[in-house]
Design a protein around this ligand. Structure first.
Ligand code: KIV
Length: 283
């Protein structure tokens, strides 16, 4: 049976009913199909595409065009999950007009149902204008990778009363501005819980403890495509990278020793047709 499409209202109701919301990143069509079939509630085409699938050192260089391309692919793979596109660094920071124009492209040209922006109080005016223009917006607080250098690197945020208070105030400002969802990254678990309880909009945590309204992970971390360093908040549910490496390595060996392709992978031509071909070549 086809499951009901997730909407902004569904997420609001899930929070009210205490049902945890699941979110995962997706960057392409096959991944989108897999996560949708697995029952994910929301798929985020994160600007983490920059480092995860495009090989950039961080999220700074990725462009609107690049993320639109990935968002379109994910759109084609989703049936049920809500699709959120991430707005890259400097695509909403210059002016409200720029933010509306770029945010609108994610909806019009790529089929996103909402966009995500990073930042606190300073971005609230922009969020309000985007919402006013009809663009559903997700906020992102705590560790905000686009401005990680200003936060002292990729580190836990809100460990002092003062810095935690700032995050609470920023969260309230984003909610007041009309954001319908908040991603909260890398903050102490008790702060994650407090903000989730304080806000009426759902709070999706990544490294924010178990008591937020939902959780998000980067797809490649979740399935273990890379086996090296992973942040403390990552849980690898599989070691898909090892499986892929082993499959490609076996393929290489079988091509080298001519055991692939085998009989069952070959097409046939009837004997009489092949004989006729030979005879025509001998003439
Ligand atoms: O870009 C991204 O993948 C994100 C998630 C980690 C929330 O912003």
């Amino acid at each position: 049976m086809e499951q009901k499409k997730i909407s902004l209202t569904t997420l609001k109701e899930m929070k009210q009913q205490g049902v945890p919301i699941t979110m995962v990143t997706a960057y392409d069509y096959p991944t989108a199909r897999i996560v949708d079939e697995a029952g994910i509630d929301t798929a985020l085409v994160g600007d983490s595409a920059a480092n995860v699938v495009l090989g950039y050192p961080d999220t700074i260089p990725v462009t609107v065009e690049e993320l639109l391309h990935h968002t379109r692919a994910v759109r084609r793979g989703l049936r049920r999950a809500l699709l959120i596109g991430d707005m890259p660094f400097m695509s909403y920071n210059v002016s409200v007009e720029q933010a509306i124009a770029n945010g609108g492209r994610f909806l019009k040209e790529a089929g996103a149902e909402a966009v995500k922006v990073e930042g606190g109080g300073w971005v609230a005016k922009t969020v309000a204008a985007m919402v006013e223009a009809g663009i559903p917006v997700v906020g992102h607080l705590g560790l905000t990778p686009q401005t990680a250098s200003m936060l002292g690197g990729y580190r836990v945020q809100g460990r002092t009363a003062e810095s935690a208070r700032k995050i609470v105030d920023d969260a309230l400002a984003l909610q007041q501005a009309g954001a319908f969802l908040l991603v909260l990254e890398c903050v102490p678990d008790r702060l994650g819980e407090l903000i989730s309880k304080t806000l009426v909009i759902p709070v999706i945590g990544i490294g924010a403890g178990p008591n937020t309204d939902g959780q998000v992970l980067v797809f490649h971390d979740l399935v273990g495509i890379q086996s090296g360093f992973a942040p403390k908040f990552v849980k690898r549910y599989a070691k898909v990278g090892d499986e892929i490496r082993s499959a490609v390595s076996r393929y290489c060996s079988e091509v080298k020793d001519r055991t692939f392709p085998a009989d069952e992978h070959c097409f046939r031509i009837p004997d009489e047709e092949f004989d006729a071909l030979r005879r025509s070549l001998e003439r």
